[in-house]
Design a protein around this ligand. Structure first.
Ligand code: ASP
Length: 331
């Protein structure tokens, strides 16, 4: 048996679940988009993580009605969440790291494949907008820490000393029993990942977070990492994630979802495969949560998580609603 055939057989036996056809196609050189001839959805839609996505979706839609494209929708949508300072997991109101600093991560990607990202940024209210400036005004993709902060100031963003009382209180509580090992569970992290499709059928996305609560100082998760927390390929579709960033980074999660769609998977099948990949690579997968969202050019949606409880918000055809994703550990 050739190595290639052996690998396909092993992978299928390991429960990859998508069947031989799709896996075989995955090895074809320069595989064309299998949905290249599929109809493109041109009614516009917004898909985002968690219940907090509802107002973000509405803000994205408003940006479109004001003449914005998918990129404007993505940026304005997540800005709405960043501006909601009562949100303890996104923006300056977010839980601090173990040293007491709220450090922010964000990225953005447009329909042309351009991308921008900021990591470990402090005192700036809208990291997703700084990420957009990195994308549009520099030859780079990523700026971090002090460099990202100085760039933001030079671009006219204001230093903001906002400190959330609630976040500080939670940190002080955590300090009483603080352990060196990061606490990982489904309660102490969250993010907004948002995918927008405008009425030309073009896709863009943004992802922004304060990351895991009480993380080590300097820790960066998946959210600002292109291909991990977000990926947009305007030919195929887009994906975003929320949950334990380390597991998403190790498996190149959002890129994987989009590539599975390129090979013919539906958005739902692709999200399920990315979660299964995490299961295969992490013996402790039951100890943490990861959820994926995806959309393809036809406007079909996928959503899947490790644990039940991953919700998402979808604005499509006049309705903006929260849905429960299915999950690996569904009973
Ligand atoms: N993915 C984020 C991170 O790991 C947190 C989350 O979505 O819950 O930083």
């Amino acid at each position: 048996m050739t190595n290639r055939r052996k690998f396909i057989k092993t992978s299928a036996a390991a429960g990859l679940g998508l069947g031989f056809g799709i896996l075989q196609k995955a090895f074809a050189q320069s595989a064309p988009a299998s949905n290249a001839n599929a109809s493109v959805f041109t009614d516009g839609l917004v898909l985002s993580t968690w219940d907090a996505g509802l107002p973000a979706n509405a803000a994205a839609w408003k940006a479109m009605q004001a003449g914005g494209n998918a990129l404007d929708m993505a940026e304005k949508g997540v800005n709405d969440t960043e501006n909601t300072l009562s949100n303890l997991t996104v923006g300056l109101g977010g839980y601090p790291d173990r040293e007491g600093h709220t450090t922010l991560d964000a990225c953005i990607m447009d329909s042309q494949g351009n991308a921008g990202s900021v990591m470990f940024l402090e005192h700036i209210k809208n990291p997703a907008s700084v990420a957009r400036r990195v994308m549009e005004k520099t030859p780079h993709v990523i700026l971090v820490g002090e460099g990202a902060y100085q760039f933001a100031l030079a671009e006219g963003f204001k230093h903001d000393d906002y400190v959330s009382e609630e976040s500080q209180k939670a940190w002080n509580e955590w300090l009483k029993t603080s352990q060196y090992k990061p606490i990982i569970n489904v309660e102490n992290h969250d993010t907004i990942g948002l995918i927008a499709m405008d009425m030309s059928g073009d896709l863009a996305g943004a992802c922004t977070t304060s990351g895991m609560a009480f993380k080590l100082h300097g820790r960066v998760g998946d959210s600002p990492v292109i291909g991990a927390g977000l990926y947009v390929d305007n030919e195929i579709g887009a994906a975003t994630s929320s949950g334990l960033g380390e597991a998403v980074i190790r498996t190149c999660g959002s890129f994987l979802v989009v590539e599975m769609m390129r090979q013919g998977a539906t958005p739902q099948e692709a999200c399920e495969e990315a979660v299964r990949r995490i299961q295969l690579k992490h013996a402790n997968y039951r100890d943490f949560q990861v959820g994926y969202l995806a959309v393809n050019k036809a406007g079909e949606i996928g959503a899947y998580a490790i644990h039940p409880g991953f919700t998402y918000s979808l604005l499509k055809q006049g309705e903006n609603k929260v849905y429960n994703s299915t999950s690996l550990l569904d009973k």
